[in-house]
Design a protein around this ligand. Structure first.
Ligand code: HEC
Length: 146
């Protein structure tokens, strides 16, 4: 039963992720940057679930998620460089009006992801604030629902 409900929950999370914005996205450049954000979301979710106790702390899995998150974070400035739009995009024109500010926020996530100490549960918990804060500080300025 426990296994079953967990599987159902994972399917729901996957479905919610797929429904986020990609349904109907036609511009391949925009789709790529959305996919990158989904990779960031999944790996942040893995770390967050361990930090909150939803999932058992597993240093190897935490290290893998940290590495994937830091690598994806470093890709943000690459994938968002082109000023491309799509009707379902939530990207604000401010990204390209103030690319330096956008870059600063992308680098803050790289730094936070690289800094999180995944060798212990306490270290992971201590590092989650900076990771979550960096998502928010970029989204509140550069991600707008149209
Ligand atoms: C430097 C800026 C920046 C940072 C840092 C950032 N994001 Fe984003 N994120 C964006 C922008 C811009 C969009 C909208 C992209 C679009 O729709 O074109 C977005 C979209 C998303 C989406 C929706 C993707 C989709 O399928 O439509 C998710 C999920 C997401 N971000 C998660 C995160 C998480 C989790 C973090 C932190 C761990 C994070 N982001 C950090 C800028 C950022």
């Amino acid at each position: 039963m426990k296994f079953l409900s967990k599987t159902v929950a994972l399917c729901l999370i996957a479905a919610a992720g797929a429904a986020a914005a990609k349904d109907g996205v036609t511009n391949p450049v925009v789709k790529e940057r959305m996919d990158l954000m989904q990779t960031i979301r999944v790996n942040t979710g893995t770390l967050g679930n361990m930090a909150s106790g939803k999932e058992a702390f597993d240093p190897a899995a935490a290290t893998a998620a940290k590495t994937a998150l830091a690598a994806a974070a470093a890709e943000i400035v690459v994938k968002f460089q082109a000023n491309e739009d799509d009707p379902v995009s939530e990207g604000s024109p401010k990204i390209w009006e103030d690319y330096a500010g956008f870059t600063t926020r992308a680098e803050a996530l790289v730094t936070a992801a690289e800094a999180v100490d995944v060798a212990s549960l306490d270290g992971l918990k201590a590092g989650m604030g900076a990771i979550g804060g960096s998502c928010q500080s970029c989204h509140e300025v550069y991600r707008v629902k149209k």
